[in-house]
Design a protein around this ligand. Structure first.
Ligand SMILES: [Zn+2]
Length: 246
């Protein structure tokens, strides 16, 4: 059967001198392994896949198991993102974080949406560390973790003016009223505008994130907080992290 899917290539590995096996994450959230014959040849019809991260239309035949790639048409080449070293590194981080939770048996459309929206925002010049924070925030539940950033874990207040501390003891935010000497064991101070931003990004729908307009300094602070929590609760570390300039 012949298929045609909008997708992002998330993995590739050499199969022979001339061919590669690639994995694409389709618009429906399915991951599909494909044999790309002649991928490594100079005049390969799949040469566009060697130009960095892209959103493309993949045509392939598949019965069961691995399919065979027949054609690739680039929909979005992400030229800016692919030619700027920092953005390219950011995109690598995004793809690594997302592809690690892609499962062949369980298609998840939100993973494709998240990847596409992150690439779109990196391409259009949104602050990179805000985009990376957004991706991690949305991935918490995919890694089986929770990000309790909505209200005080003790008294339940939603008043962001008062929410400026995260407790690893209670796994949530503590408001200024609840920060007793006993409660603040194993906790860190977080500026409340950062708390507010994280909560906002947690609740905004993935496809509604049209731009993130915050300054680099704030975005970097937010990323450090989000990453600290992500590592604490998932234990994951991404290889692309060491290339980030932060
Ligand atoms: Zn409280």
């Amino acid at each position: 059967m012949i298929y045609q899917d909008k997708a992002i290539m998330i993995r590739q590995t050499n199969y022979s001198e001339s061919s590669r096996i690639i994995t694409i994450l389709t618009e429906n959230g399915a991951s599909v392994p494909l044999m790309a014959r002649g991928f490594n040849k100079p005049n390969s019809p799949f040469a566009s896949l060697r130009q960095g991260f892209q959103n493309s239309l993949f045509t392939y035949s598949r019965h069961r198991g691995m399919g065979t790639l027949t054609e690739v048409d680039v929909i979005h080449p992400y030229r800016h993102m692919n030619t700027d070293f920092d953005l390219y590194t950011g995109a690598s981080y995004v793809l690594e974080a997302i592809s690690r939770v892609v499962e062949e048996e369980f298609p998840d459309k939100t993973l494709y949406d998240l990847c596409k929206v992150a690439f779109d925002r990196l391409e259009d010049g949104s602050e990179m560390y805000a985009v990376l924070s957004f991706v991690l925030i949305k991935l918490f539940p995919k890694y089986g973790a929770a990000l309790n950033f909505d209200r005080c874990i003790q008294c339940g207040t939603y008043d962001f003016q008062k929410l400026n501390r995260y407790s690893f003891k209670f796994h949530g935010l503590l408001c200024t009223d609840c920060q007793t000497e006993d409660n603040i064991n194993r906790s860190v101070l977080i500026e409340n505008r950062i708390v507010y931003l994280i909560a906002f990004l947690k609740h905004v729908r993935i496809n509604d994130l049209n731009s993130i307009d915050i300054n680099t300094e704030t975005a970097k602070k937010m990323f450090k907080v989000v990453e600290m929590l992500f590592q604490e609760y998932t234990g994951e570390y991404f290889k692309a992290r060491k290339m980030l300039d932060i």
